[in-house]
Design a protein around this ligand. Structure first.
Ligand code: 5RP
Length: 220
């Protein structure tokens, strides 16, 4: 099924949070966010600073005429908008399908408000059907994979893929993520893990789910 109309509708609904002006805006990564980036130029004069979560989004933002700032030069962000691979009505997210999870988590952490935009297919009762991405220091890849097996996961190396930070990704299949916060903390403890694609300790503040005719907004 093609979810591009739903992604567009979710992105359009997020614009409402920008139309009155934003000082620092963080931009996520992925096809849903790409729809948002394409709509952003109409509000260019109301956005003071833009920070990006990936080289891919930076390139696209620049193509649309935005100057992209470094987070170090900006301080905190007023708003961060990003997509997700899975979302729950508890505002927990599973992210990193596009490999940008580390910078995404940094921007989410630095933002006063985090809006997640997604199509209906992303809304799930429990996270984990989508394989959980973990960014790892390359020399720790096998070690982290073996540790995930002890947690009943099945690790797959995203072979040939190097993150914007020079690291590797393993995707953990079949994890039973009953308690996302606990799972995030547990995986974060494994030496060599850079970032776990669970966004539970810092989940979304607002969830916008696009559908065929518009979008539904949920506030945390
Ligand atoms: C990238 C991400 C994306 O937000 C996630 O993969 C969703 O992408 P899309 O909007 O293309 O479905 O976490 O690292």
């Amino acid at each position: 099924m093609d979810f591009s109309a739903q992604k567009k509708n979710a992105a359009a609904a997020a614009l409402e949070h920008i139309e009155n002006g934003v000082s620092g805006l963080g931009i996520g990564t992925g096809s849903t966010v790409n729809e948002l980036i394409a709509m952003l130029p109409q509000y260019k004069d109301r956005i003071e600073t833009v920070v990006s979560s990936s080289e891919a989004s930076t390139q696209l933002l620049q193509q649309y005429g935005f100057e992209v700032s470094e987070l170090n030069d900006v301080g905190s962000l007023e708003l961060y908008i990003d997509g997700a691979d899975e979302v729950t009505k508890h505002f927990d997210l599973l992210k990193g399908g596009g490999g940008a999870l580390t910078r995404e988590k940094i921007l989410a952490g630095a933002a006063r408000k985090f809006i997640c935009i997604a199509d209906e297919s992303k809304l799930v009762g429990m996270l984990g059907s989508f394989p959980l991405p973990i960014e790892v220091i390359p020399m720790a890849r096998s070690f982290v994979g073996r540790q995930s097996i002890k947690m009943r996961g099945q690790p797959f190396w995203r072979e040939g893929y190097i993150t914007d930070n020079g690291n590797e990704i393993i995707d953990i299949h079949n994890l039973s993520i009953v308690n996302p916060k606990e799972m995030e903390s547990r995986l974060n403890q494994i030496p060599g893990v850079v970032t776990v694609g669970l966004f539970a300790h810092r989940g979304a503040d607002v969830l916008i789910i696009g559908d065929a005719t518009g979008a539904k907004t949920f506030q945390n």
